[in-house]
Structures are given as C-alpha cells and as structure tokens.
Design a binder for this molecule. Structure first.
Ligand code: ACO
Length: 216
C-alpha cells in the first residue's frame, strides 16, 4: 500500500458550501461500512442521521482531506457538555421506531455509561461522530491525520477533551495509536432492547463500541 506523502494531501475545515460534498463522500465511503449503520436495517441512513452530522459543520469542527482536489477522507465532530446523557435519552424517545432511534438507543447507553464530561470533570468535550476514509485509500494514515486536525481545533476552541465512540475495530486501533485512553467497552451482543433482542448486529470483525478520550 502506498504510504502517505503529506505534501499531496490538503486537510481543511469543511465550510457550509462544502457540506453537501462531504455528505456525498460519507454516503459512499462511511455509511455503507460503519458498523452501527450496517448493523441495522434498512441499509441506508435515515435523513435525521444525515441532518445530525451536517448540523456539526457550523462549529468548524469538521474536516476533510483532499488529494488533487478530490475528497479522500472526512471527519465530523462537534461539542457536547455534561448534560449529554440526559439529552441522548430524550433523543432516543423522539426517534423511537426509526433506524436512527435504534442507533441512538445504543449510543445513549454508551453515553450514560461513559459520561465523559463529568468523569473527567470538564465543562465540554469535542465528540467525534463520524470518520471515513475512501476505501481505496485506507492504511495511509488519513484517518489519523483528520483526528489530529480535530484535536488541534478542539484545543484552539478551549475544550479540554476529545471523545469518540469507536463502533469499528479499525477506528479503535487508530485512536489507540494516537494515544487515546479507553474508557468503556460495550459488546454488541450485550446491548438488548426491552424485549431482549440484540439492537445492533454489525458484521464481523466488529464486536463492540469502544469509547476513547484524548485529554488536551
Ligand atoms: N477494512 C479492512 N482493513 C482496514 C479498514 C477496513 N475498513 N480500515 C483500515 N484498514 C487497514 C488498513 O488497510 C491498514 O492496513 P495495513 O497496515 O496493512 O496497511 C490498517 O488497517 C490501518 O489503517 P489506518 O490507516 O489506521 O486506517 P484508515 O485511517 O485508513 O481508515 C477508518 C480507518 C476511517 C476507520 C476506515 O476503516 C473507514 O473509513 N471505515 C468505514 C467507516 C467506519 O467504520 N468508520 C469508523 C466508525 S467509528 C466513528 O466514526 C467515530
């Protein structure tokens, strides 16, 4: 695999005008393989899921990597505060019965278990919601490059924490290499709905959502 030559790659903040291009990229290279999306039916993400990701662009915490003008990777991140566990419970209620509601059911359980702002005694954290690399370009460290851009931006904005729920073994390995600290592991087989059914069934090799933080 060709290794990354940083001179060939431009990393830049996603502007409002580029949000549509970022979403087109995520629909092609992120959503089809992201384990929570792939592990619930139907295969396509709900509109509210896409709208949620796009709502993070105005914070200036979303980045993309371009090579010769073409998007090869993108990351979506945004701020959260200590009220996030309660906010997530409310969101689950609002989207019950939808694919997005099932994904939030799991993410809300993760948020309640990790409660990172209170746990690390910080007023806020920048949460990474989505990270995708062009499937032809994986293994070039592009994901790490974008995670570093998010951490730099979070620091500049005065946040003291970056957090991420890694639904994929690949993103978990990646952030571990960057020095992130593991806070919690929730195995997919252990997360059940009220009737005892497994809520999300991602394909192998993904077995758990692992929450990591980077203290800035
Ligand atoms: N399938 C198979 N192998 C992979 C994958 C994959 N999805 N991702 C990375 N690898 C391999 C790479 O080829 C590389 O192998 P090598 O060492 O033999 O060259 C090795 O794992 C390390 O690759 P990285 O450089 O760490 O990974 P990269 O940054 O290129 O991509 C990412 C990681 C972004 C997670 C990518 O797999 C992806 O886009 N997946 C689809 C969407 C997804 O699941 N995103 C993460 C969900 S969690 C979240 O978004 C917060």
């Amino acid at each position: 695999m060709e290794k990354l030559d940083p001179c060939d790659i431009e990393v830049r903040q996603v502007s409002a005008g580029e949000a549509g291009d970022m979403m087109t990229f995520l629909l092609a290279h992120y959503y089809p393989e992201e384990p929570l999306t792939a592990g619930t039916s139907p295969p396509e993400p709900d509109e509210v899921d896409k709208d949620f990701l796009l709502s993070n662009v105005p914070f200036g915490t979303c980045f993309m990597a371009l090579e010769e003008g073409r998007i090869v990777a993108a990351v979506v991140a945004g701020p959260k505060d200590a009220h996030e566990p309660e906010h997530m419970v409310e969101e689950v209620r609002k989207h019950a019965g939808q694919k997005w509601g099932r994904i939030l059911h799991l993410l809300s359980a993760v948020e309640s278990a990790t409660d990172v702002c209170r746990r690390f005694n910080v007023p806020s954290s920048v949460q990474v919601h989505a990270l995708g690399v062009d499937r032809q370009q994986r293994g070039r460290n592009l994901g790490a490059l974008l995670m570093t851009a998010v951490a730099q931006r979070a620091r500049d904005l005065g946040h003291r924490l970056v957090s991420v729920d890694c639904s994929s073994v690949y993103s978990a390995r990646l952030v571990q290499r960057l020095g992130y600290q593991l806070v919690n592991t929730l195995r997919y087989v252990d997360h059940l709905d009220e009737s005892g059914q497994q809520v999300i069934r991602p394909p192998p090799p993904h077995e758990s959502v692992q929450t990591f933080v980077l203290q800035l």
